[in-house]
Design a protein around this ligand. Structure first.
Ligand code: SAM
Length: 475
């Protein structure tokens, strides 16, 4: 290939970012990029989402890039996760919308935005009624607990829930112990009896605590407790745990409702359970978005779909393997597991740096086929193709002078570093956007983006993993 190769755009440190904006108070921009505080922030603390934003980070981005909070301004998160960006925009009275393919994450994001329409007393009554419904059932079930997790009574003598375990759900070890499973199924019986808005609220809470009472845990991928060296859970106070979560959520929704009422704001908010690639075409007009704050899946093959299988199946969003496959196919960049075996994936755009990178990865351990360079090169090419598609949509939907803050991390694939942030910048520019800056917001990420190198130790020592915010602007 004869084209010249341009150097990748320069990255700036967090301090450079502050200087560049003339900011003297370091708390002013990009606060809490590591999401350390999110576990404690009202509403954001409802559900942990891997690579989720911190509310403080998205809030400070909005304050920085939309300081006048012009009424009618629109904030978009194309990969909304559990809705961190959307909630912070909504709290500031800005119109907001998000796309999210994962049913559980979309439910969480939507419930956060709609919860202010439920009265606190309706929630408290429903929680009290749930506790009352569960008390005798749970007492009877607890009574049946025998030694070392067995049952002291004939299971057919125990109360029987109406809800059945999801048929298509498979796990290597039984997901719930028998007693816990019955408690969860009775909880689902109760949830099924609720009107829609209360039902979503309870489903969010159940999805948030479900894995904590199961024989699996997030490490951060979903693994059996035994394989992670944790003891198994033979029984758990399911209704107590759920009520605690529901009460925390009720406190937060009441505070959010008051906050919005006090500033008399009634912004529009929507979450589309749809891929951004197809959904944006139907839903987003040209030049309609003022600010994008987003974090697409990292190029680390973190499997959002597999890791949320419990919530997807047990909350009845999906029922079989083909539903799972549809989600995998819609995922940004796909997954290595879905693309490793096919024909070599070609780049859909012309960029010598990207072609060289993909060719370099493809040439590593070719004898290992799908498990060596050829398989991983397909994954990288799919990811970069989606990045180009994404940038072209951004260039269409942003208003002139509108900005996009995109948080991504670098990756090490087959021992080769991929500076994903810089590719977002180059592909953004190729699609007509301007790079305002690439700010390294976290310089010490560990482990999770070193994918199948066989060089884990060396690679971590030589190449630090970082997260960066790429800020693009439409001229
Ligand atoms: C890094 S997470 C975003 C987390 C989010 N910033 C938050 O704070 O919750 C990336 C999300 O993109 C979603 N996703 C992947 N492909 C998508 C697509 N094509 N359209 C919309 N969402 C997608 C994943 O399900 C995942 O929830």
């Amino acid at each position: 290939m004869s084209a010249t190769i341009t150097p990748l755009p320069q990255q700036l440190s967090f301090d450079d970012a502050l200087d560049q904006h003339g900011v003297t108070d370091p708390g002013r921009i990009f606060r809490d990029p590591t999401a350390a505080k999110n576990k404690f922030l009202p509403v954001h603390r409802w559900v942990n989402w891997i690579a989720g934003f911190s509310g403080t980070f998205t809030g400070s981005c909005i304050d920085l890039y939309l300081p006048d909070r012009r009424p009618g301004a629109t904030v978009l998160d194309p990969f909304a996760g559990v809705g961190t960006t959307l909630v912070e925009a909504y709290r500031r009275g800005l119109n907001t919308l998000g796309f999210e393919i994962n049913h559980f994450a979309a439910l969480v994001a939507r419930t956060k935005l709609q919860c202010t329409q439920i009265s606190e007393s309706a929630l408290s009554d429903a929680i009290a009624a749930y506790a009352k419904f569960m008390r005798p059932i749970e007492q009877e079930l607890d009574h049946a607990e025998g030694s070392s997790g067995g049952l002291a009574v004939d299971p057919s003598k125990l109360p029987v829930p109406r809800t059945r375990p999801p048929k298509g759900f498979r796990s290597r070890v039984p997901f719930f112990a028998p007693l816990v499973e019955r408690k969860v199924l009775f909880s689902l019986d109760y949830v099924a009896s609720l009107p829609e808005e209360l039902k979503s609220f309870f489903q969010v809470a159940l999805g948030a605590v479900m894995v904590s009472v199961s024989n699996y845990s997030y490490e951060p991928s979903l693994s059996s407790r035994a394989s992670a060296g944790r003891s198994s859970i033979v029984n758990a106070p399911v209704s107590h745990i759920l009520v605690k979560k529901l009460r925390e959520m009720t406190t937060d929704q009441a505070a959010l409702r008051k906050e919005l009422a006090s500033c008399q704001l009634n912004p529009a908010a929507a979450v589309y359970r749809q891929s951004f690639f197809s959904g944006s075409q139907e839903i987003l007009a040209d030049d309609s978005v003022d600010l994008v704050i987003t974090s697409p899946p990292y190029m680390n093959n973190y499997h959002y779909v597999r890791n949320t299988r419990p919530q997807l199946f047990w909350l009845d969003f999906i029922s079989n393997a083909s539903d799972l496959k549809a989600l995998e196919d819609a995922n940004y960049g796909r997954y290595w597991q879905s693309v490793r075996d096919g024909e070599p994936v070609q780049l859909s755009f012309d960029l010598p740096e990207a072609s060289l990178l993909v060719d370099q990865i493809r040439s590593i351990k070719p004898e290992k086929g799908a498990y060596g360079g050829p398989g991983w090169a397909n994954y990288v090419a799919c990811y970069l193709n989606d990045t180009d598609r994404f940038c072209s949509i951004l260039a269409r939907v942003l208003r002139p002078s509108g900005k996009a803050v995109i948080v991504v991390g670098n990756s090490i694939i087959q021992g080769v570093e991929v500076q994903v942030d810089r590719f977002f910048s180059i592909l953004g520019e190729k699609n007509g956007l301007k790079t305002i800056g690439i700010y390294v917001i976290r310089g010490q990420r560990v482990g999770s983006s070193i994918v199948n190198t066989g060089l884990r130790e060396n690679a971590t020592k030589k190449i630090p993993l970082y997260d960066a915010a790429v800020v693009l602007q439409k001229p």
